[in-house]
Design a protein around this ligand. Structure first.
Ligand code: DAU
Length: 353
């Protein structure tokens, strides 16, 4: 079994963060999403991994390199534009050969990994195996209709979903999928949809299995989902304080303080993590917060937020449900502000509550 990891695309729903960087590299609990994806794949015993890249390819390559860090061999498959997930299979034809493969979207994150999912495929050897999850709003995903335990229909982001089952971004295929991706036409949104390729297999009577995920699953395409993924990962993180925490500080719950970080006169209530080289001074950091490396947090309160590396927060009372990109400065010098001065990227959102 090989692996295909689509990591191109534009990440338009995570702007302005993704104006300057790949959405697959946004950190969850201070590790890029793609890191979880690669670890899961290798843990399932799959070590030949092809990463599909787009405009942000250089950044993805700088991060994943040759894959040795995960015990994998990583190859790069550049895609000229995001022409659809079935198109990523089309351009990977030579790389994949006739081997079965797992396709794991580079912006998805799963509690339980994919080892059991791969074992099940190897046992049953269907043409395709999909992973489903019950969700509150199936209109945002590929929608799966079952007929007993048979997959009957797949529809990409339907206006009127016929079931509560979403298609998670993890799929297993054998070589039969190559005929399917060659046979289908671009959809109304102009993409070669993987859902349509799978439907093509279903329509030809090829065996397509669906497995329902037991643990949580997140597609990190939107800010709310990313914060949720951060919360879920932190919930199962164990405490590890390797940086300096002074006497005047108090630390409770699952708190990770990386080496070289300094906590001074502050309260940290986990689960949360603080990256290497970051200083937290005279502040409160509440649950479900990830502060990246080399940040300075002073005289501030924050919780349920993801702060990327190099940010500086001063006098911010208080920050919640927020996502800050790299090197963002949030400063408040006057306790009762007369006015706010904000410099925010395109499509940014500012909530003053
Ligand atoms: O996350 C699950 C959902 O993923 C499924 O329920 C949908 O059926 C499936 O179409 C997909 O929907 P999204 O709209 O979330 O896909 P997105 O465009 O965000 O792309 C997912 C990943 O694949 C992302 O890492 C970018 C990459 N990608 C996407 C396309 C369309 C590529 O590398 N090339 C592409 O052409």
């Amino acid at each position: 079994v090989k692996a295909l990891v689509p990591s191109g695309g534009t990440g338009s729903r995570l702007r302005p963060i993704t104006h300057t960087s790949a959405k697959q590299l946004i950190p969850v609990a201070n590790k890029p999403i793609l890191d979880y994806v690669l670890r899961d794949i290798v843990a399932a015993g799959v070590t030949d991994i092809g990463i599909v890249t787009g405009d942000t390819g250089a950044e993805i390559e700088a991060f994943a390199g040759d894959g040795a860090r995960w015990g994998a061999r990583v190859s790069y498959l550049p895609q000229d534009a995001p022409r659809g997930l079935a198109h990523t299979v089309l351009i990977a034809r030579d790389y994949l050969g006739d081997e079965p493969f797992i396709m794991y979207l580079g912006d998805n994150i799963l509690r339980d990994g994919v080892a059991a999912f791969v074992r099940e495929f190897e046992r049953e050897r269907p043409a395709a195996q999909i992973l489903t999850v019950r969700v509150a709003d199936p209109r945002r995903y590929g929608n799966v209709e079952m007929d007993g335990d048979r997959v009957a229909r797949l529809v990409e982001k339907p206006q009127e979903p016929q079931s509560a089952l979403a298609l998670a971004g993890v799929y297993l295929f054998d070589a039969r999928v190559h005929d399917a991706v060659r046979a289908i036409q671009p959809s109304a949104r102009g993409e070669l949809e993987i859902t349509e390729a799978i439907q093509w297999l279903v329509d030809r009577g090829e065996p397509v299995r669906a497995v329902e995920a037991e643990g949580w699953w997140k597609d990190t395409g939107r800010v709310e989902d990313l914060l949720d993924a951060n919360r879920l990962v932190l919930e199962s993180t164990e405490a590890s304080v390797r940086g300096d925490v002074d006497e005047a500080s108090s630390v409770t719950g699952a708190v990770v303080v990386e080496p070289g970080a300094r906590i001074e006169n502050s309260t940290l209530r986990g689960p949360l993590c603080v990256g290497a080289g970051t200083v937290v001074r005279d502040s409160f950091v509440g649950p479900f917060t990830s502060i990246g490396p080399n940040c300075v947090v002073e005289d501030s309160e924050l919780e349920h937020s993801v702060i990327l590396e190099g940010c500086r927060l001063t006098g911010v009372q208080r920050l919640e449900d927020s996502l800050l990109g790299r090197d963002v400065v949030v400063e408040r010098t006057d306790r009762k502000p007369k006015s706010y001065r904000l410099v925010v990227g395109d499509h940014g959102e500012v909530g003053i509550v």
